[in-house]
Design a protein around this ligand. Structure first.
Ligand code: C5P
Length: 261
């Protein structure tokens, strides 16, 4: 079984109050996307990586990828230009996958600190036969529905959905093809991929997520992520020396370290 991951990193940094793409914002001195790639690769279950990036940011992302380094063998990695919405970016990532990929994970770069064991759990569930798998965490706050007055909702029945979400490749291809006309506009596009599968009537399986898999959206989220990184470092002080960076394939007409190609 060949497993690929699409890491969605083509979003802007607007809600973080940044000019640069959110995935390039430094977290403890290293870009957000670099942390996300480290976490995914540390699971040791991925054979191929596609990163969706904003237009005209090829060199910045090649630099971020060069910082990854892992203790495990590094799979082939390529960057492709994303689309106007997350759904469009995932579709672009899917189009760039090798023909022999059987299982696809879709992971938000903005979930920089997702622990490797969550990635492993998702892959295991897909390999066990689930066509669509999501990691979830319980809701800890009280929740109300305000669509018609204020109606309390039983939080015990609710879960927050994280990524990586895992799919049988043919299922994810079909779900995206079916929802293609929604992809161009933020008002209609899906915010995750499992919802596209659910719209086809496919069953969605859940595995346990992790609080560290929360998405970095606001500057407060970034501050919390910084604390998590520091806390992890204080528990595991010495990182081993980092092996060479993975080879990167940039989109056409991009500029590499040796100048224009
Ligand atoms: O904007 P939001 O935080 O919901 O984005 C979730 C993830 O999808 C982020 O990692 C972001 O970089 C990515 N994204 C993308 N293409 C877009 C919009 C968002 O790859 N057009």
């Amino acid at each position: 079984v060949r497993v690929a991951v699409i890491v969605t990193a083509a979003g802007s940094g607007t809600r973080l109050g940044r000019e640069m793409p959110k995935a390039l914002v430094p977290l403890d001195g290293v870009p957000v996307v670099t942390h996300a790639l480290r976490g995914v690769l540390a699971a040791g279950v991925v054979d191929e990586v596609v990163v969706t990036i904003p237009a005209h940011s090829e060199q910045d992302f090649a630099d971020a990828v060069a910082l990854v380094g892992t203790d495990a063998p590094v799979p082939p990695l390529r960057c492709v230009t994303g689309g106007a919405t997350r759904q469009a970016s995932v579709a672009a990532g899917l189009a760039a996958l090798g023909a022999d990929v059987d299982v696809v994970l879709v992971h938000d770069a903005a979930r920089a600190l997702t622990p490797p064991e969550v990635v492993a759990r998702v892959v295991e569930a897909v390999r066990a036969g689930a066509p669509c798998v999501i990691p979830v965490v319980p809701v800890t706050d009280s929740v109300v529905d305000v669509s018609a007055g204020v109606r309390p909702v039983d939080r015990g029945a609710l879960r927050v959905v994280q990524t990586p979400q895992g799919f049988d490749r043919a299922v994810l291809d079909r779900a995206h093809r079916h929802a293609e006309e929604r992809a161009a506009d933020e008002a209609t596009a899906a915010t995750d991929d499992a919802s596209l599968c659910a719209a086809l009537g496919l069953p969605v399986a859940v595995v346990e997520g992790h609080p560290d898999g929360a998405k970095i959206t606001t500057s407060r989220d970034l501050a919390v992520a910084r604390m998590v990184v520091r806390d992890r470092r204080s528990q595991h002080p010495a990182r081993p020396p980092e092996p060479p960076a993975p080879p990167v394939t940039l989109p056409e007409a991009s500029v590499g370290p040796g100048g224009p190609r």
